[in-house]
Design a protein around this ligand. Structure first.
Ligand SMILES: Nc1ncnc2c1ncn2[C@@H]1O[C@H](COP(=O)(O)OP(=O)(O)O)[C@@H](O)[C@H]1O
Ligand SMILES: [Mg+2]
Length: 148
């Protein structure tokens, strides 16, 4: 169960960190970002499963859109070029930053950084400096989960 969720630069969510319980209720006016938060979990789930594209997003209930529309349109100070998601519980922490594909809605989103930490296991991570360069369209945490 996810107990802490972090979202940055996704749609109307500039920088959000929330603690979650067993039952969570989101209350707010139309257009205040409730569905965007649920979509963020959808993108995070796709990323943790190894591939973020139209198909994997739609399967998770993320509303389809052109790539630019996924990224926050707010002029955040020093806005990162990526969208960031994090989910944690007492055993596991997963963080991923994804580059929004601007070249076309068919292209899978590209992984920029990824970190998967699970108690008692070697952490899995990537960064722009990782050598040799892993496939930017394939999540390493998902690959490693299959291997173990
Ligand atoms: N890329 C974006 N950047 C900034 N705001 C966005 C972006 N995409 C959608 N929004 C805003 O998100 C809001 C919709 O949020 P949504 O989660 O659907 O609301 P709710 O479910 O609470 O009714 C709208 O106000 C819309 O303008
Ligand atoms: Mg809604």
């Amino acid at each position: 169960m996810i107990t802490k969720l972090t979202v940055e630069s996704f749609k109307s969510l500039e920088s959000v960190e929330i603690e979650l319980g067993a039952v969570n209720v989101f209350v707010g006016a139309n257009g205040s970002g409730k569905s965007n938060l649920l979509e963020a979990i959808g993108v995070l789930s796709a990323a943790a499963n190894g591939r973020v594209d139209d198909e994997s997003l739609m399967r998770r209930g993320v509303r389809p859109g052109v790539p630019q529309l996924y990224k926050s349109a707010f002029p955040i100070k020093r806005q990162p070029p990526h969208i960031f998601f994090g989910a944690a519980n007492t055993q596991t922490n997963y963080e991923v930053s994804l580059l929004n594909p601007l070249r076309g809605p068919q292209a899978p989103w590209r992984y920029k950084t990824e970190l998967w930490e699970s108690k008692g296991q070697e952490p899995v991570s990537r960064s722009p400096r990782t050598q040799p360069k892993p496939n930017p369209e394939q999540g390493l945490a998902a690959l490693e989960a299959v291997r173990r």
